[in-house]
Design a protein around this ligand. Sequence first.
Ligand SMILES: Nc1ncnc2c1ncn2[C@@H]1O[C@H](COP(=O)(O)OP(=O)(O)O)[C@@H](O)[C@H]1O
Ligand SMILES: Cc1ncc(C[n+]2csc(CCOP(=O)(O)OP(=O)(O)O)c2C)c(N)n1
Ligand SMILES: [Mg+2]
Length: 319
Amino acid sequence: MTARSSERARIDMLARVFGTDGSGRTIVGIGDDAAVIAPGREPLVWTLDAQVEGIHFRRDLVSMADLGYRATMAAASDLAAMGASPLGILAGLVLPAYVTDEDLRAIAEGQHEAAEEVGTQIIGGNLARGQEISITTTVLGETPRPLGRSGAKPGEVVAIAGPLGLSAAGLVLIGRGREHEADAAPAVRAYRRPLARITAGLAARDVASAAIDVSDGLTRDVGHVARASGVLVVLDRSTLLTPELERAAALAEADPYQLALEGGEDYAVVVTVPEDRVPAGFKRIGRVVPPQDGKIGIAVEQTNGTLAWLDERGYDHFG
Ligand SMILES: Nc1ncnc2c1ncn2[C@@H]1O[C@H](COP(=O)(O)OP(=O)(O)O)[C@@H](O)[C@H]1O
Ligand SMILES: Cc1ncc(C[n+]2csc(CCOP(=O)(O)OP(=O)(O)O)c2C)c(N)n1
Ligand SMILES: [Mg+2]
């Protein structure tokens, strides 16, 4: 099927895929000039994230359904990092002429699946014609206690929920046509079907002093927390690898540590917490210490006990 329906018919199709909001907070969903959500009592949390063809994905490496899924999860991940639960999603799609109705339905089904996975729904958006596919997703949520980047305190530990390095390994393996090998499966899934760690964010909300999600790479993103908090984060190198990452890295002929430290798009959530309060679902990967010789940032502890500074490498759109 290669049908390309009118904008109106496409919106009707999207409304059918996305369905109606079961949460009870959406007063007006798809079909009016804007969505309407009933107010609650908690502070609102609101994020926006774009996925652009050629930058975040290549059409030959992901299906349309995967694209919709990962665009939605990437945006929802910002709410996880704030300790918030989502209330509703708007998505703006830019679609070139070659995108068929079937392609659009697949994108929408991926978006819908991801939204349901994190307990919310797509309640509006926009369609426009353009030169390349892009999906811009805004997620509105709420939390009684937003988790910022600036509260990390010396003496606390650093803990993570979610994978490290797997998504970057998956992208390499898909690009090299090795996605069907058994050792590639967890990495390929991490790239195509990442999970926003909403539940982990909620579990950390009342105990964490700071939080961030890993979109650009661990050193870069945790570096934001270190700088915002004026501390030094010392990572424990021995905690960063998993057997899944080691096998995927071997297949990709890549350094698993580099993938763990610099690979992005895993959407793990990293928090700083008191040592005795690491929440369920989190693994300890380091500790927070005061600045050393005036230096803040990220380091790893060497076997001889000295600190090696880590470059905050990772993805930079303009670097
Ligand atoms: N074009 C923009 N206009 C205003 N604020 C922006 C813009 N781009 C990014 N920001 C803000 O800068 C901060 C960091 O953004 P970003 O690095 O994209 O965060 P993240 O990695 O969590 O998506 C966020 O508060 C974001 O809202
Ligand atoms: C084809 C392709 N090349 C490279 C990448 C890797 N990549 C692209 S953007 C990005 C960083 C994350 O995206 P960004 O929009 O910066 O997320 P944000 O920090 O805004 O949440 C990474 C690791 C990719 N996903 N696909
Ligand atoms: Mg961003």
